[in-house]
Design a protein around this ligand. Sequence first.
Ligand code: PAF
Length: 281
Amino acid sequence: MKTINSISGMRKKALKWRQEGLSIALVPTMGFFHEGHLSLMRTAKSKADLVVVSLFVNPAQFGPNEDLSRYPRDFERDSKLAERQGVGCLFCPDAGDIYPPGFQTWIRVEGLSHGLCGASRPEHFRGVATIVAKLLIIVQPDMAIFGQKDFQQLRVIRRMVRDLNMPVNIIAHPIVREPDGLAMSSRNIYLDAKERESALSLFQALRLAEKMVAKGCRSGPEVIQAIRNHIQSFDNTKIDYIFLGDPESLEECREIVGEALLALAVWVGKTRLIDNTLLTQ
Ligand code: PAF
């Protein structure tokens, strides 16, 4: 596996592979790999000749009081794990090269970025869309793979790719969970033992909603109230949002008809966790 730091080095390598007729899958990450990332890499490997994993803790998607400085990092471990999944290239650019002095070009995906996580993280999706666009321009992969845990992120990226006619196939990967159901996240490392117990409230709340819908409940407010009660029964939890709505437009709905997205963001102590499921009638 090659590790490339420079943008021009990455460009050259990817161009050479494309000229050789090899297909490329990009897995964008912020590092500190867990089984969720590794599973994205293996899926990428099964779909393309070469896998490029980008590892870049993107400052532009963190708010002023968020966890940029303490975001977990372990390059040596990440590098070994990526190599073991058959990754061809780990692309780790410098923040100064990605955002050189005078940088002033941003991508905003208007409507889809506003609700859910965008409500409490106003510039987050501007940062995500911009870095993903830059990575797609640098690597020019045939496909890029994203986890479905960040459902809104996936919707924003799909919209951007469609709106800007970017020639790349965006592939969604199902949420990877711990054996007890907690969605895997690099941020789970922040949780102490008691918080780890409370973190399970998200997964349990989603399952509760699925059961209510399976028994015939169609009322959004009823489902949301049941979820709220469940999460609040755990120590140290504070709900940021419970969203029920259309998985395409991300518009809220009061009645569950067809397929509905149920998405949660919950503070457990000082850690903000997200999770989601698709409810089907
Ligand atoms: O999902 C993430 O880890 C990040 O938002 C991404 C897509 C790598 C962009 O920095």
